[in-house]
Design a protein around this ligand. Structure first.
Ligand SMILES: [Zn+2]
Length: 344
């Protein structure tokens, strides 16, 4: 006889359920209960067990994300490494390849060792400011050695054979190519504001220096202006921004050449520190004495990679700490904030 009974109220036959120790239903109930306990422990119990000190450290760690910008000593040429507060890696230019003017390949002998010692095997964004050998020559050896996410350049109308060779390599390796134009905003890091100030769309030139990508990088109160090799005619167009171009750290345009760093330009940006990326005893006699005098008269401190080597800077968005390879570290503050004056 089956052990069933009939609920006469609903005329429904109810079959009793067996509640054995390992029945499927019990296992489900057990699993749900264990998950609930585990969740409660992780979400609520563990934080409540942190000491106040641990919680304070945790909060501070969250706040001290820093932007790092390093002006690498690559001899005559430019190469700037950037690590954004959220860890994106960017390389702006890569110095020169070995040629009749350059004694070494900057990619192989300067940039790669720098990246290797930091365990960096991937650059998320590679920027080529303009197709001159002292800015992109070192890229070829880097492309063979590490991984790149994307490649940005200003686009050029007239043919430069070595530039097309570089583009071929970029294409073969399947690296995303993006042509950038002002006033594009670059989405490197949500905590930063990065604007392409130059070149403008439709701008044509036979002078590769003047098509240089100019980047304005803002983190908190701190502004970096990476000016490529633009010359005075482009600087005069950029002057339309007026004092909106106020800058904390300027990568001096065109290695301190007298074609650039025009007075009005400097008066608009008023940098707290000027960095000149230049080769020791270079054949162009960069930086020019008259340009150095101009910076000096404006009380703008200048650091040169041929004198102090690689220049590393770190900022929390309030102050920039500068670590030259040679010479002691120091701090600079943004315009117009000043460190509090000592009362006499
Ligand atoms: Zn250059």
């Amino acid at each position: 006889m089956r052990n069933n009974h009939t609920d006469i109220r609903n005329n429904v036959t109810i079959v009793p359920v067996r509640h054995g120790l390992f029945s499927r239903e019990w296992l489900v109930v057990l699993l749900v209960a264990l998950t609930a306990i585990a969740t409660w422990t992780i979400v609520w119990k563990v934080p409540s067990q942190r000491t106040e000190k641990q919680q304070a450290v945790y909060k501070v760690e969250k706040r001290v994300k820093e932007l790092e910008i390093v002006f690498l000593d690559v001899g005559q040429g430019d190469s700037i490494f950037i690590r954004t507060p959220n860890g994106r890696t960017v390389l702006v230019d890569a110095g020169s390849a070995k040629n009749q003017y350059a004694a070494f390949d900057a990619g192989e002998h300067a940039i790669l060792p720098f990246l290797r010692t930091r365990g960096i095997n991937r650059i998320d964004t590679l920027v080529m400011t303009h197709p001159h050998a002292d800015h992109f020559g070192g890229m070829q050896s880097l492309l063979d050695s590490i991984e790149f996410g994307e490649y940005l350049d200003p686009g050029m109308d007239h043919p430069v054979p070595s530039y097309f060779t570089l583009l071929e390599t970029i294409q073969k390796k399947g690296i995303l190519y993006r042509e950038v134009k002002a006033p594009q905003i670059l989405d490197w890091d949500p905590e930063m504001f990065i604007q392409v100030l130059w070149p403008e769309k439709g701008f044509r030139t036979e002078n590769p220096n003047d098509i240089s990508i100019v980047l304005r990088i803002v983190y908190g109160d701190i502004v970096y202006l990476l000016a490529g090799d633009v010359e005075a005619d482009v600087e005069s167009v950029l002057n339309l921004y007026g004092n909106q171009m106020r800058t904390t750290v300027l990568k001096v345009p065109h290695h301190g050449s007298n074609t650039s760093s025009s007075l009005n330009f400097l008066e608009n940006i008023v940098p707290r520190l000027a960095v000149i990326s230049v080769g020791y005893n270079n054949r162009f006699d960069h930086p020019k004495a008259e340009i150095l005098t101009r910076y000096e008269k404006m009380n703008i401190p200048v650091l040169r990679t041929d004198r102090v080597g690689t220049i590393r800077t770190m900022t929390d968005g309030k102050v920039v700490r500068v670590f030259p390879e040679l010479g002691g570290p120091f701090e600079i503050f943004p315009f117009p904030s000043e460190p509090p004056m000592e009362s006499s």
